[in-house]
Design a protein around this ligand. Structure first.
Ligand SMILES: [Zn+2]
Length: 301
């Protein structure tokens, strides 16, 4: 029987460790949960799951506790990564169905992918920078020679390099909150809207789980493949990235959404639409970053 938690009665002051009955004496053998005051069920609190202490916390128990926490997290991470490679749709379905314990949560997975991207980006940043600057220098970016010189003087930097800095900043933001709001959120809404309209009764929270795990894995895959394809030229790199963005959600579709072709096409359409807002989001961040720099330089100058 699960009882409502009751606030533990505060007896005396919290610091009130009077010597005749020290607070440490009541650690073992208490009837109510030390965390929420709930009822005991076996070794755990029936309400919040906090484990009851059978003995006082000896040093080696503390070490074991902390180590098992660390390996629990590592086991969850490894299990999630392996399953995201082999049965991503199953991971999303398990999580949405309430089987969450074996996995690291979808937002953490997204940030893991983002961290990998930032690392991969940092790895190739110097080469990317010189490549982009060389490309930008082929074109006259601002037609008016005088305006260009004035702007470069204001920024204290050649135009191509200033643009490159803003671009890098926009891309890095694309892997974090810009990615969340311009890819994952629209993706979840489109998936929910499309699949619900054909009779697959989803909630937005459920399609958002699919969106977070999928985008997280897309970031993992493009980061890993990117380290190779980056050196094979821009076209191959772009082809790799486009394929991963288009195909991974199709792979994850299996086991989460309906197996019909209509359902598959709707997932593809949702992916495309989310990708558009994602690119738009990065472009807005790029323009905003450059505009703010010019504005700031103008204020200072
Ligand atoms: Zn409790």
């Amino acid at each position: 029987m699960v009882t409502k938690p009751v606030k533990p009665a505060i007896t005396g002051s919290e610091s009130g460790a009077s010597l005749d009955r020290h607070w440490t004496q009541s650690i073992v053998g208490r009837a109510d949960c030390a965390n929420c005051g709930g009822e005991r069920l076996g070794d755990f609190c029936a309400h919040c799951g906090q484990q009851f202490f059978e003995t006082r916390l000896h040093f080696w128990e503390l070490v074991q506790n902390l180590l098992s926490r660390v390996t629990d997290i590592e086991r969850g991470l490894l299990f999630t990564v392996i399953n995201m490679f082999t049965r991503p749709g199953g991971v999303c379905r398990d999580y949405v169905s309430g089987k969450q314990k074996p996995y690291i949560n979808p937002l953490t997975y997204f940030f893991l992918g983002a961290a990998l991207q930032v690392f991969a980006f940092w790895w190739v940043a110097d080469e990317l920078r010189s490549r982009m600057v060389a490309e930008l220098n082929k074109h006259q970016l601002i037609r008016n020679e005088e305006a260009n010189a004035k702007l470069e003087e204001l920024l204290g930097q050649p135009m191509a390099e200033a643009l490159m800095d803003s671009y890098v900043s926009a891309i890095l933001q694309g892997y974090t909150y810009v990615g969340l709001f311009s890819f994952v959120v629209p993706f979840a809404v489109w998936l929910w809207l499309f699949h619900s309209s054909t009779g697959e009764k989803f909630q937005v929270g459920e399609t958002a789980v699919f969106g977070l795990y999928s985008f997280g894995q897309i970031l993992v895959l493009t980061a890993v493949f990117g380290l190779v394809t980056f050196h094979l030229g821009n076209n191959i790199h772009l082809l790799m990235a486009t394929s991963v963005y288009a195909l991974f959600p199709q792979f994850a579709h299996t086991g989460f959404f309906d197996a019909s072709w209509t359902s598959r096409l709707l997932t593809l359409l949702a992916t495309l639409l989310a990708w558009c807002t994602f690119v738009l989001g990065i472009m807005i961040m790029f323009a905003l970053s450059f505009f703010l720099r010019v504005l700031w330089a103008a204020q200072m100058g």
